[in-house]
Ligand binder design. Structure first.
Ligand code: PLP
Length: 408
């Protein structure tokens, strides 16, 4: 019997992951995971929590000390006027925060306008709450920012919320204070919620990160969402949070939090406390290293002579590159034939120009990447490469690309 979840797509990134398991010595530029390890402060906090038998049920919203530290961080760093620490809810990573928020916010059929392209679970968490996704375009020519009139044209009487994600996955676009102000005014005029996914708040290169809820009067209608995954290299540990000013919405989010996890793993929360209490130098060190890796990767891409094009992003750690639709003319016919013989072009059910090139790069070059179309129709014609991998892995991927593509 069909079920509505059948119509909610799994991200194609999962399919790529499966394909990569079959590849020997792969270059894993497909996954959005940093190669760094969690800071020592976090690890020590978890070790101590285990020794202290912190293995019991906790408050659903989070360990009070962690809520307190997060409220303080939101005030001091993000300039969000959080009142009480109770407004902060601790979640099992950012994806869980989005999931419970949309469960709490949406009635079936409510529309949420989201950027095209966008990290697939953005749409998936809305669809899972029986919401409807309406996409507003981002434009490469505008450094992957939006046009406010196009965004406004997506609004209907059924619109409940606008989703913004800055810095952005997959494009690396960073919205300016002016952009966020324009969205904030629109949300305010139309009585809409603003969901502000700030997973990459600490990964900005020489530009400011602006939290939508910090704009005057916006916190009551804005829900900012954060994660420790990227800032503290804690992807597998699963720690995130959101702040909800509105008491009725917060009660609903807390219910969804309770029913999905009771409380987030105690040991991980104590790791988060230690991470926030310890030195924050590591966050800046990660950022500086990511900037160097970005530059290294883009130098390599330029050396391919036009197979891929795009400007280095100002935030996040992805290269979202347009590919030459005639890329096959740059490949040795024997290499094309060998890849086709392995059945790697036009993967069943996932056939499109960006899927074709992704499958080819996996087969011919052992290079993992994600087809742009997986992020929305506006992403067709692009591939996403993650440059948060070790420098040696990035260099290996570039060398592999150089071997595949002949100079024009
Ligand atoms: C835009 C965006 N938001 C949220 C997340 C959530 O990350 P996590 O669930 O690991 O905290 C991610 C992870 O890749 C992301 O790219």
């Amino acid at each position: 019997m069909p079920h509505f979840l059948d119509s909610v797509p799994f991200s194609g990134i999962i399919r790529i992951r499966d394909m990569m398991y079959a590849v020997e010595r792969p270059f894993r530029l497909d996954q959005g995971d940093v190669s760094f390890d969690a800071p020592d402060s976090v690890k020590q906090g978890m070790v101590t929590a285990i020794a202290d038998n912190r293995s019991h049920y906790l408050q659903t919203s989070g360990v009070p000390r962690l809520q307190e530290l997060l409220a303080e961080r939101l005030r001091a760093k993000n300039h969000i006027p959080v009142g009480s620490p109770d407004e902060v809810l601790v979640t099992n990573g950012g994806i869980h925060a989005l999931y419970i928020l949309f469960q709490a916010l949406l009635e079936p059929g409510d529309e949420v306008v989201i950027p095209d392209p966008l990290w697939p679970p953005g749409a998936g968490t809305i669809l899972s709450a029986r919401g409807v996704v309406v996409r507003y375009p981002l434009h490469e020519a505008a450094e992957w920012r939006f046009d406010i009139d196009e965004l406004a044209a997506c609004l209907t009487p059924k619109t409940r919320a606008i989703y913004v994600n800055s810095p952005q996955n997959p494009t690396g676009g960073v919205l300016t204070r002016g952009d966020i102000g324009a969205i904030a005014r629109l949300a305010d005029q139309r009585g809409l919620w603003l969901v502000s996914d700030e997973a990459y708040e600490d990964v900005v290169f020489d530009v400011e990160h602006v939290s939508a809820a910090s704009l005057p009067g916006m916190y009551p209608r804005t829900v900012p969402v954060y994660t420790f995954s990227k800032s503290y290299a804690m992807t597998g540990l699963r720690l995130g949070y959101l702040a909800v000013s509105d008491a009725a919405l917060r009660d609903r989010v807390r219910k969804a939090l309770f029913f999905t996890t009771s409380n987030v793993a105690s040991v991980v929360q104590y790791g988060g406390i230690a991470g926030l209490e310890g030195s924050q130098d590591v966050v800046g060190q990660f950022r500086a290293e990511l900037q160097s890796r970005r530059d290294l990767f883009y130098r390599g891409i330029e050396s391919l002579g036009g197979v891929f094009s795009g400007r280095p992003p100002r935030g996040a750690f992805y290269a979202f590159l347009k590919f030459d639709p005639e890329w096959r003319t740059r490949v040795d016919p024997a290499t094309l034939e060998a890849a086709a013989a392995r059945g790697q072009e036009g993967v069943a059910g996932f056939s499109s120009p960006s899927w074709d090139l992704t499958a080819f790069l996996i087969a011919a070059g052992r290079i993992g990447c994600v087809p742009g179309v997986d992020f929305g129709p506006g992403g067709e014609g692009y591939l996403r490469f993650c440059f948060a991998r070790e420098r040696s892995e990035l260099a290996g991927a570039i060398e592999s690309l150089r071997n595949i593509f002949r100079q024009p």
